[in-house]
Design a protein around this ligand. Structure first.
Ligand SMILES: [Zn+2]
Length: 252
């Protein structure tokens, strides 16, 4: 690390649990962020600022004026631009020292598998169940740690599925895929702007902990926030031995 890098990351390096070693681990890491919207914005901003060496930002959508109330990667001049490209520009302005790939695509199938297999960690910052389950299946397949977040109206939730660990549940263990689940969308139900900031920032914090190998990530725990009461609830859950996605999975 050169002097400029030591200065840029000084407040992390000062932390005993983090140190130069943690910083170097971040620098050597490749992270896939699925979604450059409300959750992906703060998550990507903090991971780029922290010096994650390679960030892949995937989103097939374009910036809409109604996104700017909460999607802080983007700005008014980028309305109509691809979110992945707009996000890349913002991240590059903050930290030109890292590599940022913008994927203007809704990742699924082989393309998703390829990106997950190349990543050290995946952040699920998407807004629909089909993608959430596809990302989970791929993370199970390639044994990658998955940091999952969701937010709608005044409710947020965040958890870590560290699929390198044999005892760690997957997303499907907690939320089995079902056809009759009604999907709430921010576009129709609304969402409190800072709520996605809180949840996305927690995803970044958990990702940094996993990558720098410090602390105890939220594995087997989900934190649920009621932003109207501003109260957190912890839900503990275990691996489902009959899970259709991860049953039979062993430790790496
Ligand atoms: Zn499972």
């Amino acid at each position: 690390m050169n002097d400029q890098q030591l200065l840029r990351y000084a407040r992390h390096i000062l932390l005993d649990e983090f140190g130069i070693e943690g910083q170097e681990r971040l620098h050597a890491s490749r992270v896939l962020i699925v979604g450059a919207g409300g959750l992906g914005s703060p998550a990507a901003l903090y991971l780029a600022s922290a010096g994650v060496g390679h960030i892949v930002l995937a989103d097939d959508d374009v910036v809409d004026l109604s996104n700017l109330q909460r999607q802080i990667l983007h700005n008014t001049s980028r309305v109509g631009a691809a979110k992945a490209q707009s996000g890349k520009q913002t991240l590059h302005d903050i930290n030109p020292e890292i590599r940022i790939d913008a994927l203007v695509a809704r990742l699924d199938g082989q393309a998703l598998d390829e990106q997950v297999s190349l990543a050290d960690l995946v952040l699920d910052c998407c807004d629909n169940f089909a993608t959430r389950h596809a990302v989970n299946r791929s993370c199970v397949r390639y044994r990658k740690p998955l940091v999952s977040g969701a937010a709608i109206r005044f409710a947020g939730q965040v958890s870590v599925f560290d699929l390198r660990r044999a005892d760690a549940p997957c997303y499907h263990c907690l939320f089995p895929e079902a056809d009759d689940v009604e999907e709430l969308r921010c576009a129709t139900t609304g969402v409190l702007g800072p709520l996605v900031g809180i949840v996305g920032s927690m995803q970044a914090a958990e990702a940094i902990k996993v990558l720098a190998q410090m602390g105890e990530p939220m594995v087997g725990r989900m934190l649920c926030l009621d932003a109207l009461a501003m109260q957190w609830q912890t839900i503990r859950f275990k691996r489902d031995p009959h899970c259709a996605v991860c049953a039979g999975r062993e430790a790496r």
